[in-house]
Design a protein around this ligand. Structure first.
Ligand code: C2O
Length: 550
């Protein structure tokens, strides 16, 4: 294991997409940002220097940060933001993890342009539990806004309505030939015939789950959220924001001299506007006969077949295919019993609109809000982790986050009249090593919608999922406690529920939230405070001296 040093200069850079040039926030002038590559066991020192007027913080999505919560990154949760002119060194060791991760800004909507892959290779001389790929290719999905995404969400929060949607989806920063003025900005993957490629798929889009496919090719899924899975074949991958999926792509034998299209477009069941466009890219065998050529023309090439926009049963079926290896080398340590159970409703609701404001929410006197158990989480003005570590919770957060909804109702039926949410900075406190079970129940208050829930600091085991209301008398009997998928982000099925378990063995303050940035802005988030254990390696380390102040 070695120490690897990176420097992230946050600065403005002109970028052009869709014939629109804008000055936007970048890391080191690049979009998407630089790749971080490390090995399991390595220590990373990433020096982030803020040269812009925005407050910044960076999150290393999926890295557990054992004892090093100070390096996790969500603004006002584990750290105060890095202010203009300030520097902060994220200092952490990658313990017991390898696979595809990503990094992204974790404050307001800066993630729109500040993101990039974080690849952790196995230790030297350790191989993958599947055929060694000929090459590995990160494929990171994102969104492009002609407008400034900060202005988009600021305006939406003021009016109470839905924010405008992006102008394009992107693959490695490129919108591709199906958008106006974009043929020259197409991601192209050049491959050799008869080889196995590993695509490291990452969904860094702000607000959209995406279907992805390559025409005339099949994938073998081998890893999800940086955990190996029992391999399975599929033509289409569904990937939510915050998820990563590694797939093997076997290229056709005997050089077919051909070019194929790859494409991604959204899965969406909610209300309101969304971007129903398609990003396409090119898979080009070397020495192709039909060339996608200099002008980027894709004449005559068929798009891959993608499921319809609201293909909820496809999504549920796809999600249920993920299984842990659960073998001697990669055991699935699923808690077989649980000490604490939580039932969380997740979804959109409304909150009172301030007097004299024009509110464009669902009823004209209300604003959009999103909540867990009717609590719309309000960020504090100092970081929760500091308040916790220094024993200064008073006035920063309260420990009364409800473990069940305040008012039970038919979550997937007709909602009751009063579904207003309350603002609060509430947390759940867990003693070290508590075994926890969480049921996440979608609600139909403003229409059923899938929510990609992400937990910081942990992986969890997805022991069950279903449609309708979770039934505590019947559903637990069907839980998979043998080889459930282990992940850090899971889609709560639209009009359904999902249950996961984890062991609270990482002390600190850990954010849990919907990875749709707009739902995060509306309050679909909460935090777990996990107390120290007795042994030295069960305690949160003290903060680094350069930790930013609020
Ligand atoms: Cu990838 Cu809290 O986020």
């Amino acid at each position: 294991a070695i120490t690897r040093h990176y420097k992230f200069n946050i600065r403005l850079q002109n970028m052009t997409r869709l014939c629109h040039t804008k000055s936007m926030l970048t890391v080191n002038g690049r979009f998407p940002g630089p790749r971080i590559i490390a090995r399991e066991g390595d220590r990373l020192l990433i020096k982030v220097v803020n040269h812009v007027s925005n407050n910044v913080s960076i999150h290393w999505h999926g890295i557990r940060q054992l004892q090093t919560g100070w390096a996790d990154g969500p603004g006002y949760i584990t750290q105060c933001p890095i202010q203009t002119g300030q520097t902060y060194v994220y200092n952490y060791t990658i313990v017991g993890q390898r696979g595809t991760f990503f990094w992204h800004a974790h404050i307001t909507w800066l993630r729109a342009t500040l993101y990039g892959p974080l690849i952790v290779l196995p230790k030297h001389n350790v191989s993958y539990p599947f055929e060694k790929p000929y090459k590995e290719v990160p494929i990171i999905f994102g969104e492009w806004w002609n407008a400034n995404p900060e202005a988009v969400i600021t305006q939406a929060l003021q009016t109470g309505g839905s924010p405008n949607v992006s102008d394009a989806y992107t693959i490695n920063g490129f919108p591709g030939p199906l958008y106006n003025c974009s043929a020259n900005e197409t991601f192209k993957l050049r491959v050799k015939a008869g080889k196995t490629y590993m695509l490291r798929l990452i969904n860094a889009a702000l607000n959209d789950e995406l279907f992805f496919s390559i025409a005339n090719h099949t994938f073998t899924v081998v890893e999800a959220d940086a955990i190996y899975v029992k391999p399975f074949e599929t033509d289409v991958v569904l990937i939510t924001p915050g998820q990563t999926t590694n797939v093997l792509l076997k290229t056709k034998p005997n050089s077919p001299n051909a070019t194929f299209l790859m494409a991604a477009r959204p899965y969406f069941t909610g209300r309101g506007t969304f971007d129903n466009s398609t990003v396409a890219g090119i898979l080009e065998y070397k020495k192709p006969s039909i060339s996608s050529s200099s002008n980027g023309s894709i004449n005559g090439l068929p798009l891959p077949t993608l499921p319809p926009i609201n293909a909820t049963s496809f999504v549920a079926n796809f999600s249920s295919k993920f299984r842990s290896l659960a073998n001697a080398q990669f055991p699935a340590n699923v808690p077989q019993t649980v000490q604490k159970q939580f039932f969380f409703t997740v979804g959109l609701g409304t909150s009172p609109c301030l007097k004299n404001q024009t509110c464009q929410g669902p009823n004209n006197s209300t604003k959009f809000a999103a909540s867990i158990n009717n609590v719309s989480f309000a960020l504090p003005t100092t970081a929760l982790l500091q308040a916790h570590f220094f024993g200064q919770a008073n006035g920063v957060y309260t420990t009364d986050f409800p473990s069940t909804p305040l008012m039970p109702f038919n979550y997937t039926g007709t909602p009751p009249n009063n579904t207003m949410v309350a603002n609060g900075t509430k947390v759940v406190v867990l003693p070290f090593n508590t075994t926890v079970e969480v049921v996440l129940q979608d609600t139909s208050i403003l229409g059923a919608e899938s929510h990609p829930l992400h937990l910081h600091g942990y992986n969890f085991f997805v022991v069950g999922q279903g449609f309708g209301n979770f039934d505590p008398n019947k559903d637990p009997a069907k839980f998979n406690l043998v080889d459930p998928a282990e992940r850090n982000t899971i889609g709560v099925p639209s009009g359904g529920w999902v249950t996961f378990r984890f062991r609270a063995d990482n002390p600190g303050v850990w954010f849990m939230h919907c990875h749709f940035e707009v739902h995060l802005s509306w309050g679909l988030k909460m935090a777990w405070v996990v107390m120290d254990g007795k042994l030295p390696n069960q305690k949160l380390l003290p903060p680094p001296s350069d930790l930013p102040k609020c």
